[in-house]
Write a protein that binds this ligand. Structure first.
Ligand SMILES: C[S@@+](CC[C@H](N)C(=O)[O-])C[C@H]1O[C@@H](n2cnc3c(N)ncnc32)[C@H](O)[C@@H]1O
Length: 610
């Protein structure tokens, strides 16, 4: 390797002797310096290359990588942003910019934070969910939203929505800013009052209203609605239905009504949805197209997919039936994109969490992968995209969730994935066996998770691996107070009640007993809030319980996926020399740090080689 680098350096040197400003040679010499850890030299050389010709995204990305290595994060942000300006789908720059965001201090300068966030929000291929809190904070500061005495006038509303980053944020991920939600809820009420009085939106407002409509679809209309608004929506809906039967494409007044209506209800459920569907999206003004796509065409497409879906045996278990109803009503989660990464084999995949893992011969060819309880398909599609030789079967109780997953798999052009409507409890009847199983956030919604795990272990091949994610009793304990309150108030898992409960938490404010909920992304959409607090069936486990579950299913623990670096560091500090696979030590650690597994216990196991 060293010899090859020296040869390359020699070659580029000769080019540079002849042409000292040769951009490619400067860049490649810089890349060699980078690979040799000489980041100062790399910055100087790649900087010169960019001065000679700054068109290539790769130049800016490589410059940013060395700047990051030198902890010059602010400059790295600028360079990654430039790379993404030139190529919005540049994977390295997307990952680099996300990494920079994690390294920026909480009180970072707003302009810098915006420079990091905007390119990521612009790129449709980035999973923007993780950006919500940083973006929400930025927008509150930038527009003084929620600040004492801040205006909530029509003007302030227009001004906020005139900002590209606000609109991108609303279209790309669920908003998690309480003051922004409050402001936009008021804006929406004003638009509706105008619409009821047959006043059209000003053309300059359309982009903003359309972004709010997409946001409301993404958060499943979780924002508060007054009874007056409920009445006005019906008036606007009636008008849309009347008008659309006599038109063959949208006129200005209809566009205005449809956009406002879509801020309150999904278009695909309108009585005239079938007629609207016959009008091509491109026949609508540009501002309205994304709303039409998201709120009308995609869900109707999912309904078609659900009708032709493969099905296993009928769902009979009473708890499965109750859980099915919840996820038919609220498919979960409504994700938009998976950030792409490098493809890996199963050994590399698991070594991220257990460096000693060696895959047996049976796991080195084509891998049959089962994603059990795949929901809306994010894990299944991620596996189909990024795990070498994977043939994925994904099953779930909810046809609505599966249809969402099927639509997304189609968007990614995947052919190595099939979806089946099926209860995990009925697995095993078709003699299928799998090399890899992923069952995330599912077993704890069964009456007895041990029975579910037994079914999964029954279809796992000898030496096969399984990823599980289960709720931690300790980490979920603080939610009990909210659940008690919900029960005592007679609230149920209905959208109206979920809205009511959220408004109560907002009204109690930052000092209220449940204020912590406002820091959780899950609190900001109907399905996630229902999942978090109104679930029809939830059990939690602890680490001794997990040990018992695994022993009963004859599974060997391979290691946690520790998403939060501090947890691993803390464990190593407090249990020096103890293996990361020691569940007894982890149980002690969790008692001292009950938030460690806030994002569930996520871990890998393997079955014995027979
Ligand atoms: C919290 S969601 C998690 C979805 C997905 N695994 C994820 O992590 O995004 C739980 C999912 O498990 C499914 N589920 C629950 N019990 C199931 C069962 N017995 N068989 C199949 N799917 C089940 C539900 O329908 C729901 O989609």
């Amino acid at each position: 390797m060293r010899g090859q680098l020296d040869d390359a350096l020699h070659l580029y040197g000769r080019v540079l002797e002849a042409q000292p400003e040769h951009a490619d040679a400067l860049h490649l010499t810089g890349v060699v310096a980078q690979q040799q850890g000489r980041h100062q030299d790399a910055v100087a050389l790649i900087g010169k290359a960019i001065a000679a010709d700054g068109r290539a995204a790769a130049f800016h990305n490589n410059l940013a990588l060395s700047l990051m290595a030198l902890e010059r994060i602010a400059e790295a942000v600028v360079s990654f942003s430039r790379a993404l300006d030139r190529d919005a789908d540049h994977l390295g720059a997307q990952h680099g910019l996300s990494e920079c965001l994690n390294r920026l201090p909480q009180d970072v300068d707003g302009a810098l934070l915006e420079a990091a966030l905007l390119p990521l929000l612009r790129a449709r291929s980035v999973n923007a969910r993780g950006l919500g809190h940083a973006a929400g904070r930025l927008l509150e500061r930038k527009h003084a939203i929620g600040a004492e005495g801040s205006a909530t006038s029509r003007r302030s509303c227009d001004e906020v929505l005139d900002d590209e980053i606000v609109r991108r944020y609303l279209q790309r991920t669920v908003n998690v800013s309480v003051p922004l939600e409050a402001l936009l809820t008021q804006c929406r009420a004003r638009w509706l009052a105008d619409a009821e009085a047959a006043a059209m939106l000003a053309p300059s407002c359309r982009d903003g209203v359309a972004a709010v409509a997409v946001q409301c679809f993404l958060n499943e209309f979780v924002w508060a609605v007054t009874s007056e608004e409920e009445r006005s929506i019906v008036v606007v809906e009636r008008r849309i239905v009347d008008v659309c039967s006599s038109l063959s494409s949208a006129n200005e007044a209809l566009v205005s009504d449809v956009l406002v209506y879509a801020c309150y209800r999904p278009l695909w459920r309108m009585p005239c949805a079938a007629r609207l569907r016959t009008w091509p999206v491109d026949a609508w003004p540009v501002a309205a197209r994304e709303t039409l796509r998201v709120s009308l065409h995609e869900p109707l497409g999912e309904r078609d997919l659900a009708a032709g879906m493969e099905s296993g045996a009928a769902i009979r278990d009473p708890v499965s039936k109750a859980v099915q109803i919840q996820y038919e009503e609220n498919p979960y989660p409504r994700w938009t994109a998976i950030t792409r990464g490098a493809s890996q084999n199963i050994e590399q995949w698991i070594r991220r969490w257990n460096p000693d893992y060696v895959a047996p011969a049976d796991l080195r060819g084509t891998l049959r992968v089962l994603v059990a309880g795949c929901g809306t398909g994010m894990d299944a599609i991620n596996t189909a995209l990024h795990l070498h030789n994977a043939q994925v079967t994904a099953v779930d109780l909810s046809r609505a969730s599966l249809a969402y997953a099927m639509r997304k798999a189609g968007e990614y052009g995947l052919e190595n994935i099939r979806f089946r409507h099926q209860d995990i409890l009925a697995l095993g009847s078709d003699a299928e066996s799998y090399h890899v199983i992923n069952c995330t956030g599912v077993l704890h919604h069964m009456e007895n998770p041990a029975v579910g795990l037994e079914r999964l272990a029954g279809v796992l091949r000898p030496g096969g691996v399984i990823r599980l994610a289960l709720y931690s009793e300790l980490a979920r304990a603080p939610l009990q107070q909210a659940r008690d309150l919900i029960r005592a108030s007679g609230l149920g898992p209905r959208t109206g009640d979920i809205r009511k409960f959220r408004q109560q938490v907002f009204a109690d404010g930052a000092r209220g007993p449940l204020a912590e909920l406002m820091g959780s992304t899950d609190f900001f959409s109907t399905s996630e809030c229902r999942d978090l607090l109104f679930h029809v069936q939830e059990t939690q486990v602890n680490l001794p319980g997990i040990r018992a579950l695994l022993a009963a299913a004859k599974l060997e623990f391979l290691g946690f996926e520790l998403g939060i670096a501090e947890v691993e560091q803390g464990f190593r500090r407090e249990h020096p020399g103890v293996a990361l696979t020691d569940l007894g030590a982890w149980a002690e650690y969790e008692q001292r740090h009950p938030h460690s597994f806030r994002a569930m216990y996520q871990f890998w196991c393997r079955s014995q080689l027979r």
